[in-house]
Design a protein around this ligand. Structure first.
Ligand SMILES: NC(=O)c1ccc[n+]([C@@H]2O[C@H](COP(=O)([O-])OP(=O)(O)OC[C@H]3O[C@@H](n4cnc5c(N)ncnc54)[C@H](O)[C@@H]3O)[C@@H](O)[C@H]2O)c1
Length: 430
């Protein structure tokens, strides 16, 4: 029995990735949101070549990496095969993130989406083959599952794409499998669900929901939700996506893998959660549903766990806090700090006080205590009493229990342990 257990555990650990250093990796789309976070992490231990044509990516995302002795930035397109084959010579692996990464944009521009997402992916695979690069880890998407009502989504389910974007990503996966079978390149396509975190562009016309919510809340405006807000998403913090990529590269798995938090949250809950964190009390504004958007999303992440040991480490709540701090830091760097924003220096002071680098409940309690809920003052009529409790639907929607909400509560500030229906963000605790 003990021997059997030992053999099973050994088999399992063999499937896990082994940590490597000193590799040469290509990151396409490395100036984008996910790509820049990935490139930054890789540059700690490896040589990194970033290829990006800055369509939606931004130079400021990698400004701190340009000039780094291990990082090379090539401004160019994945539709340029010569550029790719030159860059990939001698590489140990390619992280392919470049894409037109937007459902609405793909609906408006299906030809462009096809050229970049399908054509670009085939080019990357071909360059890998020509240059003898053994592994390609590529970004795919949960949009491939479409509106299939079965939950959670498992990789074995039949794809039902609803947008040109989803079709283009599915085609990329199929090319990946064919290149793997025909030419022996190991390919792993990671079906990201809703990724969020620092450097996600809030200003793009096609921006994802969290940076949009954060930006509006920090500007003192209510979040805008398209549809009734009951649509759900399976959010994952970008640091976990970065880790999944590296684990997939360092392991030996091939195929498609869901990468998600494994928990779904409605947009109404998300808005309530962000309101709770910022202390902003605003009812969301509702607009018409958007074409091509899926209604619900929830992943089964067991395949990635079994194949390369993936499991998310950050809760949505922790991720949201890091995202928020990063937005505030950016505002400060740009000299756009508003009187009513959290002073970023306070974050650092709190970090020093608490003595750990990562944000934790204690740091947040400290931060909120210091700033006395001055993230954004709630616009309210002079006659109404000040809100004393941030009400969050059905338990804390981003964390799920009362303890976390209490830990957030600054002494003498809002007292918060009371939950109510979504969209009711400010109630009197009396
Ligand atoms: N963010 C998410 O929630 C999410 C979810 C599912 C899948 N994905 C996938 O993850 C990848 C990264 O997405 P992101 O959210 O970081 O988006 P992003 O737009 O920030 O990053 C995409 C990057 O690709 C670059 N790019 C676009 N066309 C290019 C071309 N022809 N040549 C070279 N570079 C080009 C852009 O300039 C940008 O830097 C994409 O493949 C996307 O489809 C993202």
């Amino acid at each position: 029995m003990v021997l059997l257990l030992f053999v099973l555990l050994r088999q399992r650990s063999n499937r896990r990735s082994t940590y490597r250093i000193g590799m040469r990796y290509i990151v396409t789309g490395g100036a984008g949101f996910i790509g820049s976070n990935l490139a930054e992490r890789l540059a700690r231990d490896h040589d990194v070549v970033i290829i990006d044509n800055l369509t939606t990516g931004r130079r400021e995302n990698i400004e701190h990496l340009i000039g780094h002795p291990r990082v090379t930035f090539i401004e160019g397109s994945v539709t340029d095969l010569d550029l790719l084959t030159d860059a990939c010579a001698g590489a140990d692996g390619i992280f392919h993130q470049a894409a037109i990464a937007s459902v609405p944009r793909s609906v408006e521009k299906p030809l462009e989406t096809n050229a970049v997402n399908v054509g670009g992916t085939v080019n990357v695979l071909w360059a890998a083959k020509e240059c003898g690069v053994p592994t390609v880890v590529a970004a795919s998407t949960s949009a491939i599952y479409g509106d299939d009502p079965v939950f959670p989504k498992h990789e074995t389910m039949a794809p039902t794409p609803l947008s040109p974007y989803a079709v283009s990503k599915l085609a990329g996966e199929y090319y990946g499998k064919v290149f793997s079978d025909l030419y022996g390149i190991r390919t792993a396509f990671l079906r990201y669900f809703n990724v969020f975190g620092p450097r996600q562009d809030p200003n793009s016309e096609y921006a994802a929901v969290i940076p949009k919510f954060v930006t509006r809340l920090l500007a003192g405006k209510p979040p805008i939700i398209y549809g009734d807000g009951e649509q759900t998403r399976d959010f994952i913090f970008v640091a976990d996506v970065v880790r999944a990529n590296i684990q997939a590269m360092e392991g030996d798995a091939r195929g498609v893998f869901n990468i998600a938090g494994g928990r779904r949250i409605s947009l109404n809950e998300l808005a309530a959660c962000l309101c709770g964190i910022t202390g902003m009390h605003a009812r969301p504004l509702y607009g018409p549903p958007r074409a091509g958007d899926v209604r619900d999303s929830l992943a089964d992440i067991s395949r990635a766990r079994d194949a390369f040991g993936f499991s998310p480490r950050n809760t949505v709540d922790e991720g949201l806090r890091e995202t928020l701090v990063s937005s505030l830091q950016k505002d400060l760097q740009r000299g756009r700090q508003r009187r009513d924003h959290v002073k970023v220096v306070e974050v650092y002071q709190c970090r020093r006080e608490v003595g750990v680098r990562r944000l934790s409940w204690r740091i947040w309690a400290c931060l909120l205590h210091r700033t006395k809920n001055t993230v954004v003052p709630t616009p309210r009529p002079a006659s109404s009493p000040p809100p004393k409790c941030v009400a969050i639907a059905g338990g804390n929607p981003c964390y799920g229990h009362v303890r976390s909400a209490r830990a957030l509560t600054p002494a003498g500030g809002h007292t918060c342990a009371r939950y109510t229906r979504p969209q009711t963000h400010a109630v009197n605790s009396n």
